[in-house]
Design a binder for this molecule. Structure first.
Ligand code: C2E
Ligand code: CA
Ligand code: CA
Length: 567
C-alpha cells in the first residue's frame, strides 16, 4: 500500500560507510522511502556506482574509510562525466572536512554523530529534488511574499541545477520595478507588497509553462532561470500586462535584463550580466528590455581590465590631471577666473581613456576615492606651483563623487591638502553633482555643509539634470550652480532652451548664488549667455581641458591682456 503523500520507493540511495552501525542507522531511517544499496569503502562504492549509475538518485558518502577514502571517491566521481551527475552527500564529523568536501564537489553534508532523523530525511529529499530540477517547498527557502525562493536558496539551487543538469541550458533573467521605492512611498508598503505578490505568482505561472527556477533576490528584484524563450519581449509584456490588469489605476513599470545561456557560463556570472543588462534600461520606459550582447561583453572585459590596471596606473602616473578654464564673461574682454581639474588616464596599451568610461565604473565600487584623492592632491600642488610662478593663486575646482561623501576622513584629507600646500580654502572649490544631493540628501547635505562651514566653496555640478525642487535648493549649502551642458547646447537654436536658461538664472539670483554655464562651444551661445546676465562660462569656445603646461599659456595670455589693459 502506498501511503498518501509518500513517495514511492522508486529512488535508490547508495550508502557508503565502513562502520556497520552507521549503515544500519541510515538504513533504518531511509528504508521506508528509498531503495538502498551499500558499500563499505570507496573502492566498492565506485563499483556499485558504475553498475547502478542509471538508478542512483543520491550517494551518502562517509569521508573516513579504509582502502579508499571519501575524498578520493569525490575526486574520481568528478572525473567521470556520467557519475558526476549523481549528487553526493558526505557524512562527516569535522567542520573543516565539510567545507573541503563541498569544494570537492559534494552537494551537501550531514554531520556525525548523526543529526536528527527529520534533518537527514529533509536533506536527502531536497538533494534529490534539486538534482532532478524540481522544487521543494520549505518555509525558510521561500520568500513569503512572492512564493519564490529567497535569495540564498535561489542562487544555491541554481548552481546545483547547473551542476547536475548541464544539459538544460537555462537563460538568466533579472526583472524589477522602475522606481519601486516611489511606488511604496506613494501607495504604501502594503500596496508594494501586493505588487510583489502579483509578480511572484505570474512568475510561477510562467515557470509552470516552461522549465526553470525563480527567486526574489532583494527588494523588487526577481531572478529567473528558464529555458530559452523565443521572444523575451513577450515574456516581459505578459508580466507587465498582469500588473496593468491588477492595478489599472497605478503606473507600475517593469524592466528586464537577460543573459542567454552560453558555453562555460556559470549562474553567478550570468545573473550579474542579466543584472547589468537590466540596469542599462533603467528609466527607459520605451524599451525596458535588454539582452546581454557582444557589445556588453566587450565593455565588461574593458572594465575588468581597467579594474586590474588601476593601481599600477596610479603608481606609474598614467593618471594625470587636465585643466579647463572658466571665464568671467561680464567683463570685456572675458577674464580668466578659475579652472576645473579633470582627470585623464593615459593607458600604455589602450591609449587615452575618457573619465566618462572609468569614473562611473570606479564610482560603482568606491575605488573612485583613490583617483579623486590623487586628483585633489595634484590640483592643490598645481595651484601652489602656479602661485609661485605667477604670483597669484588661480582657484581650481575639483570633482567629488558620491562615494567620497561616505569617506569619514574626507574633511581631514581636504584640510590637509590646503595646509600642506599653504593655500587658502577659497583656492580649492568642490564640485558635487546634483544627483548626489538628491540621492541621499540628508547625509550628503551634512557633509557638504561642514565643508562649506570650514570655508570651501561648493559648486553644484550638472544642475538641471537631477531632480532637486526649488524648496530643496533653498536649503542646500551651495555657492555656485553649474548649468548642465544639455541646456546650453541648443540655446542658439531653441527658444525653449533659452527660456529654460533664463529661468535657471532667475533661480540662481533668488538663491543668491553665482552661475557657471558649461559646454559653451561657440560665440553665439556666449553672446546669449552674456546678454542673459550669466557670469561665468566654461567650454570649448575658450579652451578644451588641457595639460598644465598648455594651461600656463592661458595664464600668460591673461597676464598679457591685463598689462595691455592697464596701460
Ligand atoms: P563634468 O564634471 O560635468 O565635467 C565637464 C565635462 O564636460 C568634461 O568632460 C569636459 O571636458 C566637458 N566639456 C567641457 N566643455 C565642453 C564643451 O564645450 N563641449 C563639450 N561637448 N564638452 C565639454 P570630461 O573631462 O570627459 O569629464 C567627464 C566627467 O567625468 C566629468 O563631468 C565628471 O563628472 C567626471 N570627472 C572628470 N574628472 C573627474 C575627477 O577627477 N573625479 C571625479 N569623481 N569625476 C571626474
Ligand atoms: Ca565637474
Ligand atoms: Ca558638469
Amino acid at each position: 500500500m502506498i501511503k498518501a503523500g509518500r513517495i514511492e520507493r522508486t529512488k535508490t540511495v547508495l550508502v557508503v560507510d565502513d562502520q556497520e552501525i552507521n549503515r544500519d542507522f541510515l538504513e533504518a531511517i531511509l528504508e521506508e522511502q528509498y531503495a538502498i544499496l551499500f558499500a563499505e569503502n570507496g573502492q566498492e562504492a565506485l563499483e556499485v556506482m558504475t553498475a547502478h549509475r542509471e538508478e542512483l538518485s543520491v550517494i551518502m558518502l562517509d569521508l573516513m574509510m579504509p582502502v579508499m577514502n571519501g575524498f578520493e571517491v569525490l575526486q574520481r566521481v568528478r572525473e567521470d562525466e556520467e557519475l558526476q551527475k549523481i549528487p553526493i552527500i558526505v557524512l562527516t564529523a569535522e567542520r573543516e572536512a565539510e567545507l573541503r568536501a563541498l569544494q570537492a564537489g559534494a552537494a551537501d553534508f550531514i554531520t556525525k554523530p548523526f543529526d536528527e532523523i527529520e534533518v537527514i530525511l529533509a536533506r536527502v529529499g531536497r538533494i534529490i529534488e534539486m538534482s532532478e530540477g524540481r522544487k521543494l517547498i520549505s518555509a525558510a527557502e521561500r520568500d513569503p511574499l512572492s512564493g519564490l525562493y529567497s535569495r540564498n536558496f535561489y542562487l544555491e539551487y541554481v548552481s546545483r541545477l547547473f551542476r547536475y543538469h548541464p544539459e538544460l541550458h537555462l537563460d538568466a533573467v533579472v526583472l524589477n520595478i522602475e522606481q519601486f521605492h516611489s511606488v511604496n512611498a506613494l501607495h504604501g508598503r502594503e500596496f508594494g507588497d501586493e505588487v510583489l505578490r502579483v509578480i511572484g505568482s505570474e512568475v510561477r505561472a510562467f515557470l509552470a509553462e516552461t522549465e526553470g527556477i525563480a527567486g526574489r533576490m532583494d527588494g523588487d528584484r526577481f531572478g529567473i532561470f528558464c529555458r530559452k524563450q523565443a521572444d523575451y519581449a513577450q515574456v516581459l509584456k505578459r508580466f507587465q500586462q498582469k500588473l496593468n490588469e491588477r492595478f489599472p489605476d497605478v503606473n507600475i513599470h517593469l524592466r528586464m535584463g537577460v543573459c542567454p545561456w552560453g558555453e562555460n557560463a556559470d549562474p553567478v556570472t550570468m545573473t550579474d550580466r542579466a543584472r547589468s543588462a537590466n540596469s542599462m534600461v533603467r528609466r527607459n520606459y520605451k524599451n525596458p528590455l535588454k539582452i546581454f550582447d557582444a557589445e556588453m561583453q566587450r565593455r565588461e572585459l574593458l572594465h575588468q581590465r581597467l579594474l586590474n590596471d588601476l593601481n599600477r596606473a596610479l603608481e606609474e602616473k598614467q593618471i594625470t590631471v587636465f585643466y579647463q578654464p572658466k571665464y568671467d564673461i561680464q567683463s570685456t574682454p572675458p577674464r580668466l577666473s578659475s579652472a576645473e581639474a579633470l582627470v585623464r588616464w593615459q593607458h600604455p596599451e589602450l591609449g587615452m581613456i575618457s573619465p566618462g568610461v572609468f569614473v562611473p565604473l570606479f564610482e560603482g565600487n568606491g575605488l573612485i576615492g583613490l583617483i579623486d584623492n590623487y586628483v585633489w592632491a595634484e590640483a592643490a600642488r598645481q595651484v601652489a606651483r602656479w602661485r609661485e610662478q605667477f604670483g597669484f593663486a588661480l582657484p581650481v575646482s575639483v570633482n567629488l563623487s558620491r562615494s567620497d561623501m561616505l569617506d569619514l576622513h574626507l574633511e581631514e584629507r581636504l584640510v590637509r591638502l590646503i595646509e600642506e600646500n599653504g593655500l587658502e580654502y577659497g583656492d580649492i572649490k568642490l564640485e558635487v553633482t546634483e544627483s548626489a544631493y538628491t540621492d541621499n540628501a540628508q547625509m550628503v547635505l551634512d557633509v557638504i555643509r561642514r565643508l562649506r562651514d570650514i570655508g570651501f566653496e561648493i559648486e553644484m555640478d550638472d544642475f538641471g539634470s537631477g531632480y532637486s525642487s526649488l524648496n530643496m535648493l533653498s536649503e542646500m549649502p551651495i555657492d555656485v550652480l553649474k548649468l548642465d551642458m544639455k541646456f546650453i547646447s541648443n540655446i542658439a537654436v531653441s527658444e525653449t532652451a533659452r527660456r529654460l536658461v533664463l529661468l535657471m538664472l532667475d533661480i540662481a539670483r533668488y538663491l543668491r548664488v553665482r552661475v557657471v554655464a558649461e559646454g559653451v562651444e561657440n560665440g553665439e551661445q556666449l553672446q546669449i549667455l552674456r546678454d542673459s546676465g550669466c557670469e561665468l562660462v566654461q567650454g570649448y569656445y575658450f579652451s578644451r581641458p588641457v595639460p598644465p603646461q598648455a594651461f600656463e599659456e592661458l595664464i600668460r595670455k591673461e597676464l598679457q591682456t591685463e598689462r595691455t589693459e592697464g596701460k
